[in-house]
Design a protein. Structure first.
Length: 548
């Protein structure tokens, strides 16, 4: 293995590896723009120029590979390569490149969404000159150009790193973008008659190192340094992409992918991101509700458990075979454990049934047609999962009571199936619905339990590959919206049954009893940055950049 020296650090580097990747792996900072670990190397921006001993001029660290010298030609008798990132030659080259990049760049940092997480801004402080030598008017270019339904382009800010172009060519494979014009007028452009409208278009915003590409949904929403960020899991399909949730004043403003080679690499789809927009239209109920006739009555939690047990006691004819229990792949493992405990205590059954809701098709990158993130978790908990898109009317028809958790069979159904579900629920003596929103199904219920949203609670989910991840609480929910595992403790205790503490650790301990793969793990092992793999199948690897 070649022995190299970067600045004052001796490193044994793999044959054929690039200087930049070796340096970054060993904590040596080299500035760069065009390089991205999941994209091809083009040496486009020239910002990573370093001095290599024996080379006639500075070389780009992103594209210069490390080789082995013959024994008689080793540098200083032992090195295969000696690199300097801080010499005057390297610094002068980096300053020169940065001066060219800033030559016509607009001075609009105060109104730029990228401010606070902009590589151009950061490098200008570190490597840039304090003043520009340009004596003429800057070259201007179009601003606020709509190049797609979710992406806005500011041409003046673009540094032509071509990350977005390579993403569309190599990752989404849709090829909407290219470079047009020449010289100082070169610009990223859309091919005629097209727009940036692929299922992963906002990934171009993530990888843009400056503020040239911005997300329409997040544009001008909030300064990034005010955001509260937590690591979590996307809930929109069975992939369960690792994401970072950014919130401000109790509102989730954006989701961005976290690089996780076991699950999604550095990407996520637009549909998963836009959950922030879909959350805005939800009808949220503030308190637990019991219905008498057409009138809903709100309860405090300390009174609700007893009231719920009393209402159930009013139907002594309801036996275990009278109940339809509909659970959801949106429940965390801890909530599923709570549902199992409630079912066993009140309905003499150990588990309900989880519908497998699917639409569309799997693509070659990330998107899965199963639209529930924790179907694998349900299977690991021993909860039956129904056939894909099986009508729920078959489960509900003929039953006298139903418990429905985080599913909306009325709102999700259409046509004859919708009418059949409504008829089945309307004919029941008792319908209990627990969800984070007051859904169409909740309107037909006799009891409604307001649950915390996925972003308001902790929990563990297991994606279709068997990778378990812990979600974190991004915002504090209103006091009357709680995870179902807390509700389960309240419900069981009110009826005189034993229950774990109404906390995530209390119910997670119960989960580990049911899931053998989690038995030897601690909660710390399941934090989003430390993943536990549960017999993940070798097939269906993340495309391009698995080890990025």
């Amino acid at each position: 293995m070649p022995l190299i020296r970067i600045d004052d650090q001796e490193i044994e580097a793999p044959q054929g590896e690039t200087i930049l990747r070796v340096a970054l792996k060993h904590g040596i900072a080299i500035p760069y723009y065009c390089y991205h670990p999941a994209l091809s190397i083009v040496g486009q921006c020239r910002m990573c120029l370093v001095e290599v001993k024996g080379a006639p001029k500075p070389l780009t660290a992103c594209s210069t590979t490390i080789g082995t010298l013959p024994p008689g030609k080793k540098i200083e008798g032992k090195y295969d390569m000696v690199v300097s990132t801080k010499s005057e030659t390297a610094r002068k080259a980096q300053r020169g490149v940065l001066e060219f990049l800033l030559l016509n760049h607009p001075l609009d940092c105060p109104i730029c969404d990228q401010a606070g997480e902009c590589q151009l801004q950061e490098y200008s402080y570190t490597f840039g000159d304090p003043a520009s030598r340009l004596e003429f008017e800057k070259v201007h270019a179009p601003k606020r150009v709509d190049i797609g339904p979710h992406v806005v382009f500011d041409v003046e800010r673009c540094i032509k790193c071509t990350r977005c172009i390579r993403f569309c060519q190599e990752i989404s494979k849709t090829g909407e973008l290219t470079l047009s014009e020449r010289g100082v007028y070169t610009r990223v452009d859309i091919f005629p008659g097209r727009e940036l409208d692929n299922p992963y278009s906002v990934c171009t915003v993530d990888i843009c190192p400056v503020g040239a590409l911005t997300s329409r949904e997040f544009r001008f929403k909030e300064r990034v340094w005010f955001l509260k960020s937590v690591n979590s899991v996307c809930q929109e399909c069975s992939r369960g992409c690792s994401v970072r949730v950014d919130a401000y004043k109790g509102e989730v403003l954006r989701l961005v992918p976290r690089d996780n080679p076991q699950v999604n690499g550095p990407w996520m789809c637009d549909y998963g991101r836009l959950v922030t927009e879909r959350m805005k239209g939800l009808d949220l109920a503030g308190r637990p509700l019991l219905r008498s006739g057409a009138v809903w009555q709100g309860y405090e939690w300390k009174e609700f458990g007893a009231a719920l047990v009393e209402k159930m006691a009013g139907f002594p004819a309801l036996k275990s075979d009278s109940w339809a229990v509909v659970l959801s792949g949106r429940l965390s493992l801890e909530e599923m454990a709570g549902a199992q405990a409630v079912s066993q205590a009140f309905f003499e059954r150990s588990a309900g049934s989880v519908p497998d809701v699917a639409w569309g098709e799997d693509d070659e990158l990330l998107i899965r047609k199963e639209r529930r993130p924790n179907l694998m978790g349900a299977r690991l908990m021993g909860i039956p999962v129904g056939e894909q898109n099986a009508p729920l009317s078959g489960l509900l028809t003929g039953k006298k009571a139903a418990l429905i958790l985080r599913e909306d069979p009325v709102g999700d159904a259409q046509g004859a199936e919708k009418a059949a579900v409504e008829t089945a629920l309307a004919s029941m003596d008792l319908v209990i619905v627990a969800d984070s929103a007051f859904t169409d199904t909740a309107r037909l219920a006799h009891v409604f339990i307001p649950l915390a949203g996925w972003h308001e609670m902790e929990g563990v989910t297991v994606n279709f590959l068997g990778v378990a991840q812990k979600t974190a609480r991004a915002v504090v929910p209103p006091r009357d919206r709680r995870p179902f595992y807390e509700v389960a403790s309240l419900w069981l205790t009110a009826a005189g049954h034993e229950a774990p503490e109404p906390t995530f650790p209390g119910w997670h301990a119960k989960v580990k009893e049911s899931v053998p793969g989690l038995a030897g793990t601690s909660i710390k092992d399941l934090l989003p940055n430390g993943l536990q793999v549960l017999d993940a199948p070798a097939k269906d690897k993340v495309k391009k950049g698995e080890g990025a």
